[in-house]
Design a protein. Structure first.
Lengths: 366, 366
């Protein structure tokens, strides 16, 4: 079946482009002596995670939520890092279930009260829980400050049911800085601070072996941080137009990665001149007011065409040249892949535009 | 179970407030001699649709997409109006399936080419398809212009497998005009134009019996349009903070309707002073940059508290007074209910904050 025959709105992933992205990132990390910890928050799809592992050079998979981690574990993935604190009895109970399914399921923490709760649950379940200390890269989202990290690290090390394996320092707020120079200097400044904490804690505990961080926007610069052991890159595998628009660098030119995913929509009304209405609105394509999606054909941007959100179920497509007929297929880039993929139940996999598979977006909370 | 024990992020609906909204709208429409056609696009939840029907005074239920309609039909709802054109072989095939499940499943159309395709499919399935002519309320999304409507109406009437039952004129772009006076005058101007078309078509075809339109924002004014037969109101049943902020009118004071739905989130990190981090970001609460959600407690807005999106999975909550402890529950209003409910799999139903049921958001495309 050709992708134009799919019922719209729907996501399509071109396999060769996706696999080229996996290979490229695996090779670059390996050349720098680092592992990948691809982030499933990007796609919430265990099939993609399995392909990322098969792409090689991976320490495991990252998950942003406890439910993502449990879904990954149930899909057979045995090395998982949960990159946000797991707080509350219901989530910790899921964490204990996940431990029983995995070879190594690591969780980050940033708070001693949370550490004590994890310690109590680990004792009750008669396990030793592997943890990373979450450092706050001056963003204030999660993590302990660089200043307070040594003390919290030591306190965690003293808890017998927690096994401190290292640190996490993920600077989400830097990933989309347009200037490559500024993105590099900010990322390196923060990761060097993280590296100092890592060395300090390792001096007291030789078992420390993980320094996890980085993302698609800063990966090329972060490869230069000697202490960093693994990269939590997410969007690289599919790319999106916000990342593609960033200024790249020799080592990680975004033009080397390619947009592997797009949204198919159909013209459902064409009574106007200058624009047509398609069946993809807020519920199919996440609203990113400053960067609307690009309209593409055969992976090329169509000049003179433009998309605007037109309510919950509809989009407005300004065209150039002849007016698209009813039921024409209009292909759109994803500006920010994470929340848009999260709107869908499936990703259709294509090979040269022919549909060859259908992967469920199965890591959404059920 | 108390709603604070639910695993977050999750939606909660307080039953008494929801039912009060249903009763209020049903009573107001009945007093004006109109029926309701509650719109399932708001909630994509067949349990809510069934409650709306049970609330009385309904012509049936509205659906924005073919998959919503099919879901409603499978849930046993027999009177459905599909409010957007059904275009393309796959969608028309679903429409034919829906016809076999329903007593009356009406579809709107705005294009003669689409009419011919529907006619051919209806003939093949040996049915007569009930349709409404979709009028464009000068919005340019779907619908035929007022000027061209009489001609298209006549052409559709001449197709033997289509049974023209009336018109639809839904002015989505007016629903959120802040000034009640302006909202009323614009809505009445457009619906009077619709009424003229309705009378014109009915003069030639006495079978015409439906004039469907209106929404939560203009319902009170639209009740005054004599020819209007049914109101496609959506958000009234749950209300959201964007609607609640609008200037009301005696006949439809938004303060009479009450916010029946909210989002529960949990504090997952509280290392900062002035703000904490909760587990509800872009993937749990749709991004509405101009109207962030309100933070509420016992259905009252908490003064001095403020929410900001903090990435895909997190929110930043500025607090007033004592810092919330880890795992505190922070309740948020939905600014725009449609796309936010669409992010969830379930709606938890509460009675005085105790969880008594769990309704699946089952009308999402599968």
């Amino acid at each position: 079946m050709h992708k134009h025959e799919l019922s719209t709105p729907c996501l399509v992933l071109e396999l060769s482009r996706f696999e080229a992205n996996l290979t490229l990132m695996a090779r670059r990390a390996a050349a720098a002596g680092k592992l990948l910890r691809p982030h499933a928050k990007t796609h919430k799809c265990s099939q993609i995670a399995l392909h990322q592992l098969a792409g090689g050079n991976c320490a495991g998979i990252s998950a942003a939520t406890m439910s993502e981690a449990l879904g990954l574990a149930r899909a057979g993935i045995e090395n998982i890092l949960i990159t946000s604190p797991v707080v509350g009895a219901d989530k910790i109970s899921d964490l204990m279930r996940c431990q029983s399914l995995c070879r190594e399921c690591i969780v980050v923490l940033d708070n001693y009260e949370n550490a004590l709760e994890l310690q109590a649950n680990a004792a009750e379940n008669n396990i030793v829980l592997p943890v990373l200390l979450d450092l706050d890269p001056e963003m204030g989202r999660t993590g302990v400050s660089f200043e307070q990290a040594p003390e919290l690290g030591k306190a965690i090390s003293a808890l017998p049911r927690l096994c401190l394996l290292g640190i996490q320092c993920y600077a989400g707020h830097l990933q989309h800085i347009p200037s490559a120079t500024q993105r590099r200097s900010e990322s390196q400044r923060l990761l060097h601070k993280g590296a100092d904490i890592f060395k300090l804690l390792r001096a007291e505990n030789a078992a420390l072996r993980i320094f996890s961080g980085s993302g698609t926007g800063t990966a090329s610069f972060d490869l230069q941080i000697e202490e960093l052991t693994e990269l939590q890159v997410g969007s690289y595998c599919l790319l999106d137009s916000e990342y593609a628009a960033l200024e790249g660098e020799r080592q990680l030119n975004f033009n080397d990665f390619c947009a592997a995913i797009s949204l198919m929509s159909s013209v459902v009304s064409n009574n106007q001149s200058g624009h047509v209405t398609v069946d993809a609105g807020l519920k199919a394509l996440y609203y990113t007011p400053d960067s609307p999606p690009l309209i593409t054909q055969n992976a090329k941007v169509m000049p003179g065409w433009r998309y605007e959100w037109f309510g919950d179920e509809h989009g407005k497509v300004y065209y150039s040249g002849e007016k698209p007929v009813l039921n024409s297929k209009i292909e759109l880039s994803l500006p920010h892949c994470d929340p848009s993929i999260n709107l869908h139940e499936f990703i259709y996999v294509t090979q040269k535009d022919q549909v060859i598979d259908k992967w469920p977006v199965d890591l959404k909370k059920r």
